[in-house]
Design a protein around this ligand. Structure first.
Ligand code: PLP
Length: 429
C-alpha cells in the first residue's frame, strides 16, 4: 500500500472512531486529522508522507530529552520481559519504583523527599489536593479544605484539576465543577492576603501554582511574587503546592523552576518531563515534615492509589530518562539554547512589524504578536492561529494562546536542541 493510500485509510478510520482529546470534533469531520505522525528523531517528527517538522512544543511540552532514544526502548523491553507490572497497593513494592522515588528525593530541592507516583499531571494534581486535605484532617483541622489557585493557571482535566484550572473555557465545558477551589489575581500577593482575610486561613488547605504558567501563555511570575506567596503561606499555616508538570525536569534551564526563585514548596507536582513522554508517569513529592507527620498521624490505610501508581516499567523508563538528561547536560543546554533562541526571536522584532514581547526562561517561551510594536496594541482579529498554521506548513510545530487579550505563540522544544535547530526554528518562523 502506498503511503498516500495508507493515509487515506487512516483518515477515514480516524474520523469514524477516534475521539481526539482537546480537539474540535467538527474540524476533525471536515478536515480529518491535522497530521498523522509516523516517526520521530531528536527534535524532529515526521508525518506519514515523510514530511519533517521541528517539534517546537516537544509535543505537549513533555518530550524533554528528544525523540527516538533507543536506551529507553531497551530499558522498557527489559522491564516488560522481566516484570512488566506489579501492584504497589497493600505494601507491595518493586525496584524501579523504589529507585525512582529515591532519585527524585535526591534531585528535588530542599527536603522534598516523599514520593507518590501517578500516571500524569492531572492525577498528580488531584492526588495532591486529596493528600493535603487528608493531612489537615489528621492534624485535627478538617475544615482546612480550600485550594487557592491563580487565574490563567492550567492544572489538568480531572475533576479537581479542572476546577483548579483558571482558564474559563475549561469551566464552560463542564456543568459541575468540584467545590472548594478559589481563584485569585495571578500577579498580586495582596490579592491572596485579602482572600485569606475574607475566607479565613482556617478554611484554606493550600495555595497552588505553576511557578511559570505554561498553557495560560508562558507567564513569568512578577519579581518577588513567588517568594512573597511562600512567606504568606508560612505566616498563615497554608501549604504551598508547586505544579511543575511543565516547568520541571530542565524545561526552564534549571532542573526545577522553584530553584530560580529560591523557594521550596511543601508539595511538588511532576509529570511530562519525568519520562519525556516515553511512558505515562507523574509524581507528587512531599516535604519531609509533611511526609513524617502523615506517617505519625495517618493510622489507617492511605485510601488513595491508582492501579498504575509505581508502575515498574514506567518507573524504569523514568529513571533512564533522568540519567540521560543528567549525563548529557540537558538542563544546562536548555539554558544556553533557550537564551540563544530568545535572542534570535527578539531580533525578529526588527525584521517584521508584528513581533512584540519575547519572554522566556530556558526553553519555555512566548512571542506576543502585535499590530503596533510601540504601543503593544493587538490586531482586532487575532492572528496567532494563522501564524501557527503557516509555520506548520513550513515544518515548525508551535501552539498559540488566544485566551483573554492574548495573541501569543508559545514554544517548548526538546532540551537536546542544537544551534542548528535554533536557526532552523527562527528561519521558519
Ligand atoms: N499541570 C500542568 C501545569 C500542565 O501543564 C498539565 C498539562 O499540560 C497538567 C497539569 C495536566 O497533565 P496531564 O495532561 O498529564 O494530565
Amino acid at each position: 500500500m502506498s503511503n498516500e493510500a495508507l493515509r487515506q485509510e487512516l483518515v477515514e478510520l480516524d474520523k469514524k472512531y477516534y475521539i481526539h482529546p482537546t480537539s474540535s470534533l467538527q474540524d476533525q469531520q471536515a478536515n480529518g486529522p491535522a497530521i498523522i505522525f509516523d516517526k520521530a528523531e531528536g527534535v524532529h517528527v515526521y508525518d506519514l508522507n515523510g514530511k519533517k517538522y521541528l517539534e517546537g512544543m516537544a509535543s505537549l511540552w513533555n518530550v524533554n530529552i528528544g525523540y527516538g532514544r533507543k536506551e529507553l526502548a531497551e530499558v522498557a523491553k527489559e522491564q516488560l520481559e522481566k516484570c512488566a507490572y506489579v501492584s504497589s497497593f497493600t505494601g507491595f513494592s518493586n525496584e524501579p519504583a523504589i529507585r525512582l522515588a529515591a532519585k527524585i528525593a535526591e534531585m528535588t530541592p530542599g527536603d522534598l523527599n516523599g514520593v507518590f507516583f501517578t500516571s500524569g499531571g492531572s492525577e498528580s494534581n488531584d492526588s495532591a489536593y486529596k493528600l493535603v486535605r487528608h493531612y489537615w484532617k489528621v492534624k485535627g483541622k478538617p475544615e482546612k479544605t480550600k485550594i487557592v489557585a491563580r487565574k490563567r493557571a492550567y492544572h489538568g482535566v480531572a475533576s479537581g484539576s479542572t476546577s483548579a484550572t483558571g482558564i474559563e473555557s475549561f469551566h464552560d465545558f463542564t456543568t459541575s465543577l468540584a467545590p472548594g477551589f478559589v481563584h485569585v489575581d495571578p500577579d498580586s500577593p495582596d490579592a491572596f492576603r485579602k482572600l485569606i482575610e475574607e475566607e479565613g486561613a482556617d478554611t484554606i488547605a493550600a495555595f497552588l501554582t505553576e511557578p511559570i504558567q505554561g498553557a495560560g501563555g508562558v507567564n513569568l511570575p512578577k519579581e518577588g511574587y513567588l517568594q512573597e506567596i511562600r512567606k504568606i503561606c508560612d505566616e498563615h499555616d497554608i501549604l504551598f503546592i508547586a505544579d511543575e508538570v511543565i516547568n520541571g525536569f530542565g524545561r526552564t534551564g534549571k532542573m526545577f523552576a522553584c530553584e530560580h526563585y529560591d523557594i521550596v514548596p511543601d508539595v511538588l507536582l511532576l509529570a511530562k518531563g519525568i519520562s519525556s513522554g516515553y511512558v505515562q508517569l507523574g509524581a507528587v513529592v512531599l516535604r519531609e515534615k509533611l511526609h513524617k507527620e502523615l506517617i505519625e498521624l495517618s493510622s489507617g490505610v492511605l485510601m488513595h492509589g491508582f492501579t498504575y501508581s509505581g508502575h515498574p516499567t514506567a518507573c524504569a523508563v523514568g529513571l533512564k530518562n533522568i540519567e540521560i538528561m543528567e549525563n548529557e547536560n540537558m538542563v544546562e543546554n536548555s539554558k544556553v539554547m533557550g537564551d540563544l533562541l530568545a535572542e534570535k526571536l527578539t531580533e525578529l522584532q526588527k525584521e517584521t512589524d508584528i513581533v512584540g514581547e519575547v519572554r522566556h526562561l530556558g526553553l519555555l517561551g512566548a512571542v506576543e504578536l502585535v499590530k503596533d510594536q510601540e504601543t503593544g496594541e493587538r490586531f482586532a482579529e487575532k492572528i496567532s492561529a494563522k501564524v501557527v498554521l503557516a509555520a506548520r506548513e513550513r515544518g515548525l510545530i508551535l501552539r498559540n494562546v488566544v485566551y483573554w487579550e492574548k495573541d501569543t505563540i508559545v514554544y517548548s522544544p526538546p532540551l537536546c536542541m542544537t544551534e542548528d535547530n535554533v536557526n532552523e526554528f527562527v528561519s521558519i518562523l
